[in-house]
Design a protein around this ligand. Structure first.
Ligand SMILES: Cc1ncc(COP(=O)(O)O)c(C=O)c1O
Length: 373
């Protein structure tokens, strides 16, 4: 059996894992076993099972990212997590009058929308221009100053594939006393991540892309060193230290990351994503990453010289983001469409992702398509 057999795959080559990862077969079973069956068999008594499922999801995430399961909190998506976290930051900071949030112009727009919408609360979006490379620490050194309240770095940028140097940015943020948040939507499940080495305040992620767990099973990881300073405003009984205390006048924050949880939690997306996370863990991230790199290298070796801009393999995520003139891009798109390939374009950039379920034959097809004149 090949690793590809562990997933439900469309009939033609799928290069869209940066958009939506394919459904792991174990996910369907996990949804039935950890969500539907307990409900069918025991009605409201399913809660114990359901909460255990979320715990298992957090444990699996901890294994993947080398962190403690109790430092994760489920969130519907990254934007919502960012909103809650910004609102929870201490307000006694000396920088409070100018709560500038710095991100690169290539960050996912939704993250910028959050800060824009929070302008009435004193937040201000500051963007590093797209022309300056996010992969270069000198770029961040130019912009991370003492007047920045918080930095949000995108680990892997969705439209360029560039990787931000997280550990170096973290050092910079510590020197300048800025909070530091990281978006791992495009890196979790494909690049090795060790949160114990990052020294960041918060990490936001989802299961949609390389984790193959579908929408709805987002998460945030909170640095246990600073969690006690955070006072989320969007709360509910699952943010309470004792959810079953039921004393309306006495709200006490949960001790750890779960203070960000809110009211009655979502279960189904986590039951589903648990199956895909377990699949990814069983295969092993090293294997997935090595496979991705091998296929990218095969592609780059196969494409005739001069047809592509140089690709910086050392500073890129799992997606090939290929910039090319419109006429060439149109011709290639047509040929890919004729093979019913799944891929996409953003402006003049074509995006192609290689996951564990992609094969050398698919890469050979791609190189043929690119080499045709
Ligand atoms: C880098 C990055 N961040 C965030 C998101 C999604 O954010 P949200 O979960 O808020 O929809 C995406 C989705 O494509 C992304 O590529």
């Amino acid at each position: 059996m090949s690793y590809a057999d562990l997933f439900n795959l469309p009939a033609s080559p799928y290069f869209l894992s940066h958009s939506v990862g394919c459904l792991a077969k174990k996910s369907e079973l996990s949804l039935a076993e950890n969500f539907l069956t307990p409900w069918k068999l025991s009605g409201g008594d399913a809660w114990q099972n359901w909460l255990n499922t979320v715990d298992l999801f957090c444990t699996a995430l901890g294994q993947l990212l080398n962190a403690n399961s109790t430092d994760f909190c489920p969130q519907t998506n990254l934007s919502s997590g960012l909103t809650k976290w910004l609102m929870a930051l201490p307000t006694h900071s000396h920088k409070i009058r100018k709560r500038k949030v710095l991100m690169h112009e290539d960050a996912f727009p939704s993250m910028g929308y959050v800060v824009k919408a929070m302008q009435p609360l004193g937040f201000e979006l500051v963007l590093i221009p797209a022309a300056e490379s996010a992969a270069n620490i000198q770029t961040w050194q130019r912009y991370v100053h003492g007047d920045i309240h918080c930095v949000l770095a995108t680990h892997v940028h969705s439209n360029t594939g560039q990787v931000s140097p997280i550990q170096s940015i973290a050092q910079l943020c510590r020197q300048q006393s800025c909070y530091f948040a990281v978006d791992v939507a495009q890196s979790a499940g494909i690049l090795p991540i060790d949160l114990s080495l990052w020294d960041v305040d918060v990490v936001f992620g989802s299961s949609v892309k390389w984790l193959c767990g579908g929408p709805g099973a987002g998460f945030m990881w909170l640095n246990p060193q600073s969690i006690e300073q955070l006072t989320p405003m969007d709360v509910g009984w699952f943010s309470h230290n004792d959810p079953f205390a039921m004393e309306i006048t006495d709200f006490q924050y949960a001790n750890g990351a779960k203070r960000f949880w809110g009211g009655t939690p979502n279960i189904a997306p986590y039951a589903l994503a648990l199956g895909s996370l377990q699949t990814i863990l069983n295969i092993g991230l090293k294997t997935i990453f090595a496979h991705n790199r091998r296929l990218i290298e095969l592609f780059l070796q196969g494409v005739n010289e001069g047809l592509l801009h140089p690709v910086d393999l050392a500073n890129m995520g799992g997606t090939l983001c290929l910039e090319m003139p419109a006429t060439r891009s149109e011709a290639i798109c047509q040929r890919l469409d004729s093979h019913n390939c799944y891929f996409d374009t953003r402006g003049n950039v074509m995006r192609l992702s290689f996951h564990i379920y992609n094969s050398e034959q698919e890469v050979a097809l791609l190189t043929d398509v690119f080499n045709q004149q």
